[in-house]
Design a protein around this ligand. Structure first.
Ligand SMILES: *Cc1c(COP(=O)(O)O)cnc(C)c1O
Length: 359
């Protein structure tokens, strides 16, 4: 509390990022970062951009980067918006594309930043419970009147569960709300789900948001983007140019272009993560864990005999960080980021030790 803060700041409930502690021999399975490095071409491009040109502002339109994204996703640069991480893209979406005189719809288990943005942008919200098997029922989002809904945001695959909607369900969701913006946050799509980007060609209310942080192993570069109708993109540009005209540095733009152009690297590191995931799941099930079927780079697990909070603390004592989230629906669960095969072995060996009945 401070007398210098305005009333709104007093009422904020900021997002709590996963911890980034300095512990030696630390195994970080708590923030869904990639265990692999980014494309070597991206690293070279970042270094090559570190010249005296840094005295100049970067391209405010990020034209080359937008052209690269457009080419990759078979669309036009007018349909592409870029930001300083997808969190910033999402912030502009909240500011500019949702109606704050009606609640924004999202599910009760999803990305924790959505309710935080609602606080910052004074956006009403309504949370829809996932089904008992943690799926999103899109028909539950139906309204009598469109004005009862301020917009819809869905993480697909969903944050913290790893489950995904089909493209048919996404199309149906957007068609059920033709006068509201439906945002699909695809932070984890490259790990095994199908992107809704092709649907944006025919659905002018559908906006798809992606990031280079997870699948491209570039969380430190801070690059995210959105693809949608030119109308939606223009709205986002109006917000951006009322806030910060230069969100992406010269080095970020250069690194992102090179990373996006190296699709072979993306495929290689995402395949490795998927293979590790597919062998970690049965290994954990053998130890008595229930594991949700994930198509992301993390899994949500619980053990009937061992409380999630206790397990997370015990793992932490052994320098393994996993995420125990406070969302009521998943308080009994742990979210574990997929690392390398060696990381999986260390995790399962440590769990075997912890789960053994003490004699
Ligand atoms: C990680 C994540 C983001 C944020 O990604 P940045 O691009 O690093 O800001 C957005 N949405 C979801 C669902 C995420 O998991």
């Amino acid at each position: 509390m401070s007398r210098f803060w305005n009333a709104q700041v007093h009422d904020l409930h900021p997002y709590i990022p996963g911890e980034q502690p300095r512990i030696s021999n630390l195994l970080k399975l708590n923030t869904n970062e990639s265990p692999y490095g980014p494309s070597p071409r991206a690293k070279e491009a970042v270094c090559a951009a570190a010249t005296d040109d840094l005295r100049l502002y970067p391209d405010p339109l990020a034209s080359d980067l937008r052209a690269t994204i457009a080419k990759l996703h078979d669309t036009s640069p007018d349909n592409v918006f870029v930001g300083n991480g997808s969190d910033e893209v999402l912030a502009h979406v909240f500011r500019g594309l949702f109606h704050d005189d009606a609640p924004l719809f999202f599910s009760d288990v999803t990305y924790g930043f959505y309710p935080v943005f609602c606080g910052l942008f004074r956006q009403q919200s309504r949370e829809f419970p996932l089904t008992p098997d943690f799926r999103i029922d899109i028909t539950a989002y139906d309204t009598q009147e469109e004005r009862d809904c301020g917009g819809i945001i869905v993480a697909n695959p969903n944050a913290n569960t790893g489950l995904s909607l089909s493209l048919d369900e996404i199309e149906s969701l957007a068609r059920r709300h033709p006068n509201r913006v439906v945002v699909i946050d695809e932070a984890y799509v490259d790990f095994g789900a199908e992107s809704a980007i092709p649907l944006t060609k025919t659905l002018d209310n559908l906006l798809v948001v992606q990031t280079l942080s997870k699948s491209y192993a570039l969380a430190g570069l801070r690059v995210g983007f959105a693809i949608g109708s030119a109308e939606l993109i223009e709205g986002l540009n109006r917000v951006k140019d009322s806030f910060n005209s230069y969100p992406l540095s010269r080095t970020s733009q250069a690194g992102a272009i090179a990373a996006l152009e190296d699709q072979a690297w993306l495929k290689n590191i995402t395949n490795r993560v998927q293979n590790t995931r597919d062998s970690l799941i049965p290994a954990l099930e053998n130890l008595g864990f229930q594991v949700l079927p994930s198509c992301a780079n993390f899994i949500l697990v619980r053990h009937s005999a061992h409380p999630a909070g206790t397990l997370a603390a015990q793992l932490r004592e052994r320098a393994i960080l996993v995420r125990h989230l406070s969302t009521p629906r998943i308080r009994d669960w742990l979210r574990i980021t997929i690392g390398t095969d060696e990381d999986s072995t260390r995790l399962t060996d440590t769990l075997k030790d912890l789960l053994q009945p003490q004699s």
